[in-house]
Ligand binder design. Structure first.
Ligand SMILES: [Zn+2]
Length: 215
């Protein structure tokens, strides 16, 4: 899953408005950020196999440290403790960030083919919605725009652009999602990892900037 993960960012934002949206954009993709870094370092493995799913060519055959359920609980803890100590804030805020980190595995479970281990590299699960392009795309879109709707309801514009900026950003993210599903496949695992890494940080930067238009 890609842009659908941001539904959890927007939901978390409505629970504690002091947590920057840019931080929550990284939190929900934290395990993918490390997945990309680990792929680049050769610690986790992916193959490009055109046709392996109906929406993307990633054969994610080894990712125990970022995408196992057990590891997800560790990432939850790291997210919670990390945010609480770095921002010297309360446990509630830390746990909201940790939950946002953990939401990644739950939402990935819906779309991934059975490549998500429960622990280490065994007992792999995934409901496989990636093999149903229209359903997978509608799920990503529905989740993301549902999140944006919650965010817009909980905040109000403080600049003239504040009214439309986030919905427009949502449409742009959806176009990126369409390109992932229906565009040409990445030429190599390295290209897939680098593109993902750049996308996560650019989108988080934009979210960080756009949220100044509302409060
Ligand atoms: Zn993932």
């Amino acid at each position: 899953m890609f842009v659908g993960h941001y539904s959890a960012s927007f939901l978390a934002k409505t629970l504690d408005k002091r947590i920057p949206l840019g931080v929550l954009f990284i939190a929900v993709q934290l395990v993918d950020v490390f997945w990309a870094i680990f792929v680049l370092l050769g610690i986790e493995k992916v193959r490009i196999v055109p046709g392996i799913t109906a929406t993307n060519p990633l054969d994610l055959y080894y990712m125990p440290y970022t995408h196992s359920l057990l590891a997800s609980f560790v990432w939850l803890g790291l997210g919670a403790v990390g945010y609480k100590s770095l921002r010297s804030t309360n446990w509630r805020a830390g746990l909201i960030v940790g939950a946002a980190v953990f939401s990644h595995w739950i939402l990935d479970l819906l779309v991934h083919c059975p490549d998500l281990p429960l622990y280490d590299d065994v007992l792999k699960v995934g409901f496989g919605l990636w093999n149903y392009p229209v359903a997978a795309f509608l799920l990503e879109a529905g989740l993301m725009f549902g999140g944006i709707f919650l965010y817009l309801r909980a905040t109000e514009p403080v600049t003239p652009g504040g009214k439309y900026a986030m919905p427009i950003f949502g449409v742009i993210m959806l176009l990126i999602q369409a390109n992932v599903f229906f565009g040409s496949p990445p030429p190599s695992p390295t290209a897939a990892a680098v593109t993902a890494l750049m996308a996560y940080f650019v989108l988080a930067g934009v979210a960080y900037w756009l949220e100044k238009k509302r409060r």
